[in-house]
Structure formats: structure tokens, C-alpha cells
Design a protein around this ligand. Structure first.
Ligand code: COD
Ligand code: ZN
Ligand code: ZN
Length: 376
């Protein structure tokens, strides 16, 4: 029996307040309105940003259904939707691409004006939610909400992918992989034969390493305070790895020593700390080096640094979703994965049933997981 046009009752992981476990409850998911799409989620990864909601460092409206790195299948579409049809395999886009706003129209832009990143409201464009629990409104998260059997997305926030793509393998393309890989190839535009330093070797940092390698970098220095991250970083392309805790001098001086005093051509901060943002900047060449900030520091933090770090010519820039155009680039990355241009398996350290979501977050807290994927 078709569920199109009807309210669907399904399981979802709802967070009622920060610093509490998720409760899996039966919610109601309203049918998609005009230009919206209802999607059955097949697999969803747990990302650091979801954990920022749990820890309280990311300000959102509660109750909320987090999750934004997933693969699903279209259940039904609202009036006027032409980009997908029921049965299509899709990736929800935590960063929308409306195609009409100024950043969408600029070839170098990707922070679509319809984003729910900058000021997180957790509502659809019309200011309402499609989620409710016992009649009470439940908020969505960054245009996606994937810790639920069914979600409703605006058509700007969904993209069709190769139907043969394995859901539990390609879901990191919905966030971690694109964020890291794109930071190297699109935001930094790493050149063949160049040198790179990647600060932080979690799922996003390892994706930066893969991007640097794909771009033809000849030297990729991985930096992390957890040496257990080194073997995988080397497998994915790091030519050497260093642990700042093994040195008495600051890590940027270590990187200069390793590069005959020149510094690297490109450095990436993929931790989310202000001290490592400065260290990464100081690690790149003082004249033509580029340093890319990928990590998001805690909301109230500020940076003090010597302007001479920039005066000599360095470029310091940020990168959101790897600078990629989400709706256009996500399906391309899925196709490249299917064509074996890069691997994703090493990023997926754990696969758990959806009901074990709290165990998945525990693995992340203990530093044991790169990506934990929940399957429905
Ligand atoms: N020096 C070196 N390494 C460190 C230090 C330090 N002082 N502190 C921590 N680390 C290492 C940790 O050991 C760990 O290996 C790594 O840094 C961080 O990895 P994870 O696994 O905790 O995190 P990731 O890789 O999943 O994500 C990191 C981000 C900083 C990218 C993430 O938290 C973030 O800020 N994301 C927002 C960026 C974005 O655009 N997101 C899009 C939607 S979510
Ligand atoms: Zn737009
Ligand atoms: Zn994410």
C-alpha cells in the first residue's frame, strides 16, 4: 500500500536536551509539501557535528533529530519536484544548492543562501517542521536530519546518485569525505608535486590526505597527537607522520625543519582548535603558502596572531563542505568512487544497527571510531 500523501509513523533518534542520550521513539513524518521530498534513510554516519549537538557546543533548537551524512531512497515527492522521483537513490545535502542565489551562481561559491548552517533554525523554508512527536514539533538539523527512518528534505537539499552505490559505504560523501577531499582539491587547489601538512587525522583529515594524494602532492605530512592514526594515514597517502607530543619545539617549527626551513605549500587545520589553526598557518611557506581552516572552533573562541604571518604573502582561508557545490558535486564523487578513483572503506571503522546509536556515539567519544555508520 502506498504511503504517498499520508503521515508516516516511524522510528527516530530524538535528542531532547544536550548531554543526554538519544531516545528512539515513534515519530510522525508529514508528507512532503511543494518542492519537498520524503526519503527513507538506508544508512547514516555519525559526524563530529552531530556530537557537537550532544555536547552542547553547537547551539540548536530542541527537541531535534540530528544526523546529516546519509544515503536513502525517495519515498514520495511534493508538487513541482522534478530533480528526483520515487525509488531514486539519493544523498541528503546538509549544505543546499538552490542554484539561484549569488553564492550558488558564483563558480567559486558554495554557501547557498538557503543554508541552515550559519543560523541553525531546524525548520523547513516555510518555518514549520515535518516531524512531530505526540503532537509536539521536533526540529530538523542542517537541512537534513537522518537519524530517522524517514525524513523530509527540500529539493535543494537532495541529490540523486548512482543506484548501484552501496549505501553504508558512500554515506561519508554526504559530509566527512566531501569536506576533507574538497578542501584539498577545490579550496586549496593542491598542485602536482607540491608539499602538504594535514593537522588532525580523523575522518575529515584522512579525506584531506586522500585529496592531496589525488591532486598529485609529492609530500603529505600527517600530524596528530594520537599515533594510532598514523598507519591508516600512511595507507591513504601520508608520506610521513609526526606527533607534536614527541617534540619540545612547536609543531610549526618541526614542519619548517622537515622542509629545509621553507614550510609546506599547503597546510590544513582539521581539528577545530585555534592554536593549531595558527600552527598550520605558520607551517606553510611564508610567501606563497596557503593554509586552509576546515575545523570549526568552539563558538565563543577568538584568535590573536602576528600580522607578519600574512604580510609576507601567505593565503589563509576557510572551507565549508570542501568548497564543493553540493548538488552538482556529490553525485560526481559517488561516480568516481564507483569507478574506484578513491576508497571509502578505511574511513568506516564501525557499522551498527540504528538502534545502537548511543553505542556509536560512545565509540566516537572514546576516540575509537573514524566513522561509525548506522544501518536501518
Ligand atoms: N594536535 C594534533 N592533533 C590533534 C590535536 C592537537 N592538538 N587535538 C586533537 N587532534 C586530533 C585527534 O587525535 C583526532 O585524530 C583528530 O585531531 C580529529 O579527528 P576527529 O575524528 O575527532 O574529527 P573529524 O575528522 O570527524 O572532524 C574534525 C572536524 C574539525 C573537521 C569537525 O569536528 C568539524 O569541525 N567539522 C565542521 C566542518 C564542516 O564543514 N562540516 C560540515 C558539516 S558537519
Ligand atoms: Zn543557493
Ligand atoms: Zn558533518
Amino acid at each position: 500500500m502506498s504511503t504517498a500523501g499520508k503521515v508516516i509513523k516511524c522510528k527516530a533518534a530524538v535528542l531532547w536536551e544536550p548531554k543526554k542520550p538519544f531516545s528512539i521513539v515513534e515519530i510522525e513524518v508529514a508528507p512532503p509539501k511543494a518542492h519537498e521530498v520524503r526519503v527513507k534513510i538506508l544508512a547514516t554516519g555519525i559526524c563530529g557535528s552531530d556530537d557537537h549537538i550532544v555536547s552542547g557546543s553547537l547551539k540548536v533548537n530542541f527537541p531535534i533529530i540530528p544526523g546529516h551524512e546519509a544515503v536513502g531512497v525517495v519515498e514520495s515527492i511534493g508538487e513541482g519536484v522534478t530533480c528526483v522521483k520515487p525509488g531514486d537513490k539519493v544523498i541528503p545535502l546538509c549544505l543546499p544548492q538552490c542554484g539561484k542565489c549569488i553564492p550558488c551562481k558564483n563558480p567559486e561559491g558554495n554557501l547557498c543562501k538557503k543554508n541552515d548552517f550559519v543560523e541553525i533554525k531546524g525548520l523547513m523554508y516555510d518555518g514549520t517542521s515535518r516531524f512531530s512527536y505526540k503532537g509536539k514539533l521536533v526540529h530538523s538539523f542542517i537541512s537534513s536530519s537522518t537519524f530517522t527512518e524517514y525524513t523530509v528534505l527540500h529539493e535543494d537539499s537532495v541529490t540523486k546518485i548512482d543506484p548501484a552505490a552501496p549505501p553504508e559505504k558512500v554515506c561519508p560523501i554526504g559530509c566527512a569525505f566531501s569536506t576533507g577531499y574538497g578542501a584539498a582539491i577545490k579550496s586549496a587547489k593542491v598542485k602536482p608535486g607540491s608539499s602538504c601538512a594535514v593537522f588532525g587525522l580523523g575522518g575529515v583529515g584522512l579525506s584531506v590526505v586522500m585529496g592531496c594524494k589525488a591532486a598529485g602532492a609529492s609530500r603529505i605530512i600527517g600530524i596528530d597527537i594520537n599515533k594510532d592514526k598514523f598507519p591508516l594515514a600512511k595507507e591513504l597517502g601520508a608520506t610521513e607522520c609526526v606527533n607534536p607530543l614527541d617534540f619540545k619545539k612547536p609543531i610549526n617549527e618541526v614542519v619548517l625543519d622537515m622542509t629545509d626551513g621553507e614550510g609546506v605549500d599547503y597546510s590544513f587545520e582539521v581539528i577545530g582548535r585555534t592554536d593549531t589553526m595558527i600552527a598550520a598557518l605558520a607551517s606553510c611557506n611564508l610567501n606563497y603558502g596557503t593554509s586552509v581552516v576546515v575545523g570549526v572552533a568552539p563558538s565563543a573562541s577568538e584568535i590573536t596572531f602576528s600580522p607578519s604571518l600574512l604580510f609576507t604573502g601567505r593565503t589563509w582561508k576557510g572551507s565549508v563542505f570542501g568548497g564543493l557545490k553540493s548538488k552538482d558535486d556529490v553525485p560526481k564523487l559517488v561516480s568516481e568512487f564507483m569507478a574506484k578513483k578513491f576508497v571509502l572503506d578505511p574511513l568506516i571503522s564501525h557499522v551498527l544497527p540504528f538502534d545502537q546509536i548511543n553505542e556509536g556515539f560512545e565509540l566516537l567519544h572514546k576516540g575509537k571510531s573514524i566513522r561509525c555508520v548506522l544501518v536501518f
